[in-house]
Ligand binder design. Structure first.
Ligand SMILES: [Zn+2]
Length: 343
């Protein structure tokens, strides 16, 4: 299996995020992707390759131009306003009910307009890393379109919380959605399966009114887990997309038994959809020792997850998302890939 990776993600290294009313050390850190790359290499799962450059147009198929421009210039605009030594750019005011949305305003208003939380700081290297992560996902998609059975986009920063015109949740550009749209534009029918601990609200929103891309997400119930405002079981799609969105929220403490039942439901739905290709938003924060997880998957369960995905007998593009137990992250990520490849 080819893995696509670029060292440019290391320059996206915010020292902190803002949560529970205080600056907290960042958990979405460069070491995450480095641990995974090293494990892929150590286990000889396949070559680790640099991504090819893809045009901005491929990203603008799913992202709003205003979001794109804001992300691209945010660090410059922020440091022009607050100085070169300013802390990372994080919004502090949002256009909630009763306020005006200002898509062309100053940097403070645009951060509020285009970002939905305080966990997604922008530093000098953020845009270059996010842009490269999209190239990584597209390079993986290109490998699949050229006949590969599977590819792994080791993209960082992650993407599944970013919608067409709002970033957040450590995500700036939605890598998996950009790759899915790329498949659609080549006449293919993609299904996205999101196995991150958190609901893929951005991906859901992008495809919510469409039937050409199926979105299925298995995640911790948003009644107690981030992103809190989306990911409930009754969200089934709208308009043309009705019936093409499936959320399978899980209760706290769910282990492999409950998880594998949800995975079977997801597989049945993807089979019925008749997908040509599957994209897996591969988040590993379902792990029992993940610092922000209330699910209980064990190291060996990730091998079974990979085997289970292989039984769909479709080409699969794995796109890296969350997972914050840095010590075990390489092992459990590689377990999914190895379980898939060996099955
Ligand atoms: Zn997550």
């Amino acid at each position: 299996m080819k893995t696509f990776y670029s060292p440019s993600h290391r320059d996206h290294s915010p020292p902190h995020e803002f949560e529970m009313g205080r600056l907290a050390p960042a958990v979405e850190i460069p070491e995450r992707a480095e641990r995974v790359r090293m494990e892929v290499e150590a286990r000889k799962l396949g070559p680790v390759l640099a991504p090819s450059p893809f045009p901005d147009a491929a990203i603008l198929r799913v992202h709003d131009r205003g979001l794109f421009k804001t992300l691209c210039g945010a660090h410059d605009d922020w440091t022009k306003r607050y100085g070169a030594d300013a802390p990372a750019a994080i919004p502090s005011c949002w256009p909630a009910r009763g306020l005006r949305e200002r898509r062309e305003g100053d940097i403070e208003s645009r951060l509020g307009t285009y970002c939905f939380d305080t966990a997604t700081p922008i530093v000098k290297g953020t845009w270059a890393a996010a842009r490269k992560a999209a190239d990584i996902a597209l390079s993986g998609a290109d490998a699949i379109a050229n006949g590969a059975r599977a590819a792994f986009a080791l993209a960082r920063p992650p993407g599944h919380h970013a919608s067409g015109d709002v970033y957040g949740g450590y995500c700036y550009l939605n890598n998996v959605a950009i790759a899915a749209q790329w498949f659609v534009d080549r006449g293919l029918k993609p299904a996205i399966l999101d196995v991150d601990y958190h609901h893929g609200n951005g991906t859901q929103t992008i495809f919510y009114r469409r039937r050409d891309v199926l979105f299925v997400s298995i995640h911790a119930d948003p009644s107690f887990a981030y992103p809190h405002f989306l990911g409930f079981a009754d969200e089934a799609g709208e308009g043309d997309g009705e019936g093409f969105n499936l959320n399978l929220p899980l209760t706290a403490g769910t282990g492999w038994d409950g998880y594998s039942q949800a995975l079977d439901k997801a597989r049945s739905r993807i089979e019925a959809f008749g997908a040509d290709v599957m994209l897996v938003s591969l988040g590993l924060d379902t792990f029992e020792y993940d610092p922000i997880s209330q699910l209980r998957l064990k190291t060996e369960d990730y091998l079974r997850m990979g085997e289970c995905l292989a039984r769909l007998d479709k080409p699969v593009l794995f796109v890296f998302e969350g997972g914050y137990n840095v010590e075990h992250l390489g092992t459990i990520t590689a377990n999914v890939l190895e379980g898939f490849s060996g099955a």
